[in-house]
Design a protein around this ligand. Structure first.
Ligand SMILES: CC(C)(COP(=O)(O)OP(=O)(O)OC[C@H]1O[C@@H](n2cnc3c(N)ncnc32)[C@H](O)[C@@H]1OP(=O)(O)O)[C@@H](O)C(=O)NCCC(=O)NCCS
Length: 195
């Protein structure tokens, strides 16, 4: 458990559509280097940069071959928006890549675990995907832990496959099949209680 909020009990997490009114909260996240340093999302130093990114996130259309689900993460006992998450789906692949980020003052409360668990439910139950996967940098063990907690398997190590903020990085590949999720190995698990 991280030092942040480590003695608070797990909270109730809901996902909702992003709206233009989320700009301040989104800028707080995207302007924080500790939040975006391991992600393909841009580091937005100005409100205008965050506005452009928010517009793209709301449109859920990252590129011609891809569709995207993007959700704001809300925690009932906290600020209106504590994080962002989503699923990117290559057309015709029936597979989705999940991503998530959480405000640093809320780390270690199980929020990412619950949000990522809900992404699996959306992907498998609503979008009828066959497989869901995620990549994670070796230097980001908190994210590895989130993926393990939602039942994903570590499938491999990919050399210099992610160009993040201009630098090529190695990454771990995690995945779960629909059949595995349906069998219960990846169902939304409750965060473990604080020690
Ligand atoms: C990764 C991230 C989303 C995790 O969010 P979170 O809400 O704190 O996640 P959870 O509380 O559900 O779980 C975090 C787990 O990582 C563990 N953890 C935290 N720091 C760790 C570290 N340095 N080494 C090992 N485990 C660590 C926590 O103890 C917890 O595990 P536990 O429940 O077994 O105690 C958050 O750190 C973040 O937003 N980081 C920046 C964005 C990012 O990296 N996103 C992922 C891109 S792949």
């Amino acid at each position: 458990m991280s030092e942040n909020a480590s003695h608070q009990i797990p909270t109730i997490v809901t996902l909702r559509q992003l709206t233009p009114a989320d700009i301040e909260a989104v800028h707080t996240l995207l302007s924080d280097w500790t939040v975006v340093r391991y992600m393909l999302l841009p580091h937005c130093e100005t409100l205008e940069q965050s506005q452009k990114c928010l517009d793209e996130l709301i449109s859920e259309t990252p590129g011609g071959a891809w569709t995207s689900v993007v959700r704001a993460i809300e925690a009932l006992d906290s600020a209106p928006l504590v994080g962002l998450c989503g699923i990117a789906i290559l057309h015709g692949s029936e597979q989705g890549e999940i991503w998530y980020l959480v405000r640093p003052d809320q780390w270690g409360r199980g929020i990412a675990q619950l949000a990522a668990g809900q992404l699996l439910r959306i992907g498998f139950s609503e979008l009828n995907l066959h497989r869901m996967y995620a990549t994670c940098l070796p230097e980001n063990p908190a994210s590895s832990r989130v993926l393990e907690k939602i039942g994903m398997r570590k499938e491999g190590y990919q050399a210099k496959n992610l160009k993040i903020h201009g630098v090529w990085h190695d990454s771990y590949l995690y995945a779960i099949l629909r059949a595995e999720w349906e069998a219960g190995s990846g169902r939304e698990r409750q965060p473990s209680q604080p020690q």
